[in-house]
Design a protein around this ligand. Structure first.
Ligand SMILES: Cc1ncc(COP(=O)(O)O)c(C=O)c1O
Length: 421
């Protein structure tokens, strides 16, 4: 779409709107536009407008001409540049073309989509696997389809936006419980009317603070109250459990979880989403799940890279160990430097540094990027309890030397900005 030559904030337009005409639909964003402008007027770079000019490896990129260590990607297992993964994508591109131009239920299921679902079934040891175009759509699909208006979805208050949006798309009654509180979950379940289906939705790793769910207890309580359980393992896949299936594997509740939702955009290293399940009626979802039916399927090159990556993740025990080592060392190092961290110890590959307000967070973020370190900045409404965070996410490919450099950069930036003494 080309931009109108007239300024979008043309005063004549504003005047007309102000005179009893329809309300400017954009007016609700004015406070946000002003807040962002005020921030940029202080001379800082926009943390939400970073461009990677070149990507050299899973842990290094060129940003504004500077070689920068990446500590804010979800490339936990470093699969984006794996030679087998890249080769599989190239071959599929040559053999099957750039895209499918169709829905999974029409012309958009190629042998590669089936092979990818087979790789998932093998990885998870389940009877069924359904590949979506994104993890966001997998959650939209499950939440909006499985529970109808007589049913209840019981979810953690800190659930990912895609879980909330899936609930908004469907008709089920939504009940929230306090983040990671087994007690509150049980209380909410106890209060539900006896009739009506129940789906409890949990996440293995919560992505903002990097904390993990007490899945063993939560699944036990959910089952005792007759609920089905879905676990989103977006940030647990690849890293947790003997086979890398996720936190639910490590918690030993594999046979009690009804649905596992996941994404290819993190440990798998590409894009796409999925649900796996052993439920005997699972396949019917392919016919009724709107975010599966009414969208184009993934390109053949993407499913080929995903399938190759998933097969390799199964035996990636050494990488998992190195990622744990990196995560623990970074957590300990940052704590020793005096930073306030979201968790007592490293619970996952996400280490969230808590800062008092937006100004301090942006100053720290800026000082880090200038030294050549990229981390994610997170702020409300994406964060729980109005927190401001610098979110570090580690990769199995970060070398010991890089982790040392990261800690040095945090020390220098923290002192320069007064965030630590
Ligand atoms: C917990 C969780 N679920 C689902 C998603 C969606 O994944 P995708 O990037 O494949 O849409 C994300 C991505 O940020 C996530 O963090």
């Amino acid at each position: 779409m080309t931009e109108s030559p007239r300024n979008a904030m043309d005063p004549a337009e504003e005047t007309q709107i102000g005179r009893g005409g329809p309300r400017d639909l954009f007016s609700k964003f004015d406070p946000l536009i002003e807040e962002r402008q005020a921030l940029l007027d202080t001379g800082v770079r926009d943390p939400f407008a970073i461009v990677m000019d070149e990507v050299l490896s899973p842990t290094l990129a060129i940003i504004k001409g500077k070689e920068t260590i990446l500590l804010g990607t979800y490339n936990y297992m470093g699969m984006t540049f794996d030679p087998d993964v890249v080769a599989a994508g190239k071959q599929a591109l040559d053999e099957f073309g750039a895209g499918t131009t169709g829905s999974r239920v029409l012309n958009g299921t190629y042998q590669g989509h089936k092979a990818c679902e087979d790789a998932l079934k093998d990885f998870y040891g389940t009877r069924h696997a359904m590949v979506f175009s994104t993890g966001y759509q997998a959650n939209l699909g499950l939440m909006s389809t499985i529970a109808g208006k007589e049913d209840y979805i019981i979810l953690d208050a800190d659930s990912h936006a895609s879980i909330y949006d899936g609930c908004a798309l469907g008709n089920a009654q939504i009940v929230r419980f306090r983040h990671n509180s087994v007690e509150d979950l049980e209380k909410r379940l106890r209060r539900l009317p006896a009739e009506g289906g129940r789906l409890v939705v949990l996440e293995g790793v919560y992505s903002m603070l990097g904390d993990i769910a007490p899945l063993k207890e939560m699944v036990e309580v959910s089952k005792r109250h007759g609920a089905m359980v879905a676990v989103d393992e977006a940030h647990g896949m690849g890293f947790f459990g003997k086979n890398g299936r996720g936190v639910f594997e490590e918690a030993g509740v594999e046979d009690q979880v009804d649905f596992v939702v996941g994404t290819f955009s993190k440990s798998v290293g590409t894009v796409g989403g999925f649900i796996v399940s052993n439920h005997p009626k699972f396949e019917v979802l392919r016919l009724v799940c709107r975010p599966y039916v009414f969208t184009a399927s993934l390109p053949p090159s993407v499913v080929a890279t995903a399938a190759t990556s998933i097969r390799k993740l199964k035996d990636a025990g050494a990488k998992r160990e190195h990622l744990w080592k990196n995560s623990r060392r970074l957590h300990q190092g940052l704590r020793q430097l005096g930073f306030d961290l979201a968790t007592e110890d490293a619970q996952s590959a996400i280490i969230a540094v808590l800062l008092p307000d937006q100004e301090a967070t942006v100053r720290m973020w800026q000082a880090l990027i200038e030294q050549g370190l990229y981390v994610n900045m997170a702020r409300p409404p994406a964060t729980p309890a109005g927190m401001y965070l610098l979110r570090c996410s580690l990769c199995a490919d970060h070398t010991d030397e890089q982790v040392g450099q990261i800690l040095e950069m945090f020390a220098a930036a923290g002192r320069a900005t007064g965030c630590i003494s």
